[in-house]
Design a protein around this ligand. Structure first.
Ligand code: GTP
Ligand code: SPV
Ligand code: MN
Length: 588
């Protein structure tokens, strides 16, 4: 094995040094490169990918330092059926996860890693999830043979020298081993070993399958650690809502993949909302812990966005467009005649080349892949909150659970109390999206938007959530929201995007005991006129429909929820069953 001339000396952490050497001996890369995260290194990687064709340059006049990556056409989204949680005891992974015995899993993937990096460079990528000096942050090291993964991890995490220094100071780190393998889905596995704080992923170069700091570490392994240590690792955005008086309220929101977290986190207030401002802390993951003051404090473990491109337009999310004009990576988008990025929903433009690099033809389907994404540093967001770097995180006033449901679920419902809110989170259902392979638009259960990401038994997870109710009286209020109700013609009934601030305003009022509400069997909904509709083009009748609760539909929901809880056996906490029964009884 030869070492490249720019190979750095490695590390003083003996366990890390030894692991890298063992992996290298097994996977047999041509070179080893320890990443420092510098600008020079980043440039070298980009040049290398421009040479290999992994990166294509966008129009550098309109989009300086913006690049296009086309992933393998069979590798365009997370693959949940190939994702495993490998615990010694199968029950600990729970029915919500695919399980494999750890010894069998290691054997299976280790065989695939044998010689997998021949002809490639092995990159050692030290990273820190969370502000580099926060006690809430955790470090990891990803070993990968994909330079695309390295440049993405540099935008998505605090990657390089400072992370390695923290690892050398603290000693502990999550091990994430990744190889593109041969990209054949038959030899693709994303394996988690929570008891060993280890991840092994092979055969995919895409998103959550390959950027191991994100879903694998910051959700699946972190949720396991959080349960043991008394905190929460959640699939949540974090945003600050500043009112005209200058007070900022922080809201966290769990919506399933491609259901609106990025868009809500950086929304632009309606024109009539003079003096209101939005501050973006995070768009995908929140780590939350009780503070000494009894409030729940949240950090965003990530440093960038890996956001859904389609649907992003000047009208829906001008803040996202504004941050995508320089230093951004685009994956599987289309290209217009001027060599600029294109995707569906972007107004007034036409695609020339589709996401696979073919001349665009409508008969081939959408120009951009429905799960095409952009990667960009959070610092480029016009609504970037400097609290993103606060070592303590931000205090959360309200938690939103939001699904994508054409019917049944009202625009907004407030839980009676914490336990009821946990039940509402556990009862979440949502239509599937292109973020994972499989059919799109099928309603499935996705409790707390964590179905693909909870690293342990859902019954234990709900018990963990409930346990916070005993520890503090200053917990956030919990709400469910649904921006995606459709009318008989199939059109969205609620305008969504910036107008979602109208719902947030009511949410914030309610956290202060203000805001008019009506109690229903499923919780509190806004009273007539409680949602600010100034300059809103939605009829009173539609608002009434959006906030109405159908007894028949909800009785069916509660029956189906009972069946669902049954399938998790006796690990489902009694308090959750009580809440289900309380709601079912109220609906009688
Ligand atoms: P992940 O990154 O996969 O976890 O997704 P996300 O929850 O951040 O979803 P995102 O905000 O990227 O939204 C996904 C899709 O939903 C995009 O196509 C958006 O345009 C669309 N969307 C977001 N918010 C709204 C809304 O309020 N109303 C409607 N109708 N569509 C929305
Ligand atoms: C999601 O699917 O929820 C994402 C994108 O945020 S990925 O990183 O690919 O998981
Ligand atoms: Mn996500």
């Amino acid at each position: 094995m030869s070492m490249s001339p720019n190979t750095s000396p490695g590390t003083s952490n003996a366990a890390l040094q030894q692991w890298v050497e063992e992996v290298a001996a097994h996977a047999q890369p041509d070179n080893i490169h320890w990443c420092d995260g510098s600008e020079v290194e980043n440039r070298q990687l980009i040049e290398k990918m421009l040479d290999s064709g992994d990166f294509l340059e966008f129009n550098q006049d309109t989009h300086p330092n913006c690049y296009l990556h086309r992933s393998d056409p069979t590798d365009v989204a997370r693959t949940e059926h190939l994702t495993f949680v490998c615990t010694r005891n199968e029950d600990d992974a729970g029915p919500n996860n695919n399980w494999m015995d750890p010894a069998d899993a290691h054997k299976k993937v280790d065989a695939l890693f044998d010689g997998a990096m021949k002809g490639r460079t092995l990159y050692v990528v030290p990273y820190c999830m969370g502000p580099i000096d926060s006690p809430l942050s955790r470090c990891g090291v990803e070993i990968t043979d994909s330079p695309y993964v390295v440049v993405n991890m540099r935008l998505m995490t605090r990657m390089g020298k400072s992370a390695l220094e923290r690892i050398e100071r603290e000693g502990s780190f999550v091990r994430g081993l990744h190889s593109l393998g041969d990209l054949d889905p038959k030899r693709r596995f994303i394996m988690h070993f929570p008891e060993e704080l280890t991840i092994k992923s092979i055969g995919s170069g895409y998103g959550g399958n390959a950027l191991l700091g994100k879903k694998c570490h910051a959700l699946r392994l972190a949720s396991w650690q959080a349960r043991d240590e008394g905190w929460l690792a959640e699939h949540m955005l974090i945003m600050g809502v500043e009112n005209p008086e200058g007070e900022i309220f922080y809201v966290a929101g769990a919506f399933p993949s491609a259901c609106g977290k990025t868009n809500l986190a950086m929304l632009i207030p309606p024109a009539s909302y003079k003096g209101w401002r939005i501050w973006t802390v995070g768009d995908d993951i929140a780590w939350m812990r009780l503070g000494d003051d009894g409030r729940l404090w949240a950090i965003n473990p990530e440093a960038g966005f890996f956001g859904v491109a389609p649907g992003t337009s000047r009208k829906t999310n001008a803040n996202a467009l504004a941050m995508l004009h320089h230093d951004a990576i685009f994956t599987n988008v289309a290209v217009n005649a001027d060599n600029q990025p294109f995707w569906e929903g972007m107004a007034d433009d036409v695609p020339v080349t589709d996401w696979r690099g073919r001349p665009y033809e409508a008969s081939n389907g959408p120009a951009a892949h429905p799960n095409s994404r952009f990667t960009v540093s959070i610092k480029q967001c016009p609504t970037y909150s400097d609290q993103t770097e606060a070592p303590t995180g931000v205090p959360i006033s309200a938690i939103l659970f939001g699904g994508r449901r054409a019917g049944t679920v009202p625009l907004v419902v407030e839980a009676r109390d914490w336990a009821h809110g946990v039940m509402m989170g556990a009862a979440m259902t949502s239509e599937t999206t292109a973020a994972a392979t499989g059919e799109v638009g099928v309603v499935r259960r996705d409790p707390m938007a964590m179905k693909p990401f909870c690293g342990y038994h859902y019954g234990d997870y709900w018990a963990h959530w409930l346990s916070f109710g005993d520890k503090s009286h200053k917990l956030p209020k919990i709400f469910t929201v649904n921006w995606f109700r459709r009318d008989a013609a199939g059109d969205f009934m609620w305008p969504g995007f910036g107008d979602n601030l109208r719902v947030l305003q009511w949410v914030i009022e309610r956290t202060h005991g203000n805001g008019d509400a009506v109690e229903t069997p499923i919780g509190f909904v806004p009273a007539n006129d409680a949602i600010n509709t100034t300059d809103l083009d939605v009829s009173e009748q539609t608002i009434a429909e959006l906030t109405s609760v159908s007894g028949d539909e909800w009785r069916a929901e509660m029956r189906s929820l009972a069946e669902y809880f049954e399938s998790y056996g006796d690990r489902v906490p009694a308090a959750l069953w009580n809440e289900q029964r309380r709601t079912a009884d109220a609906l009688k």
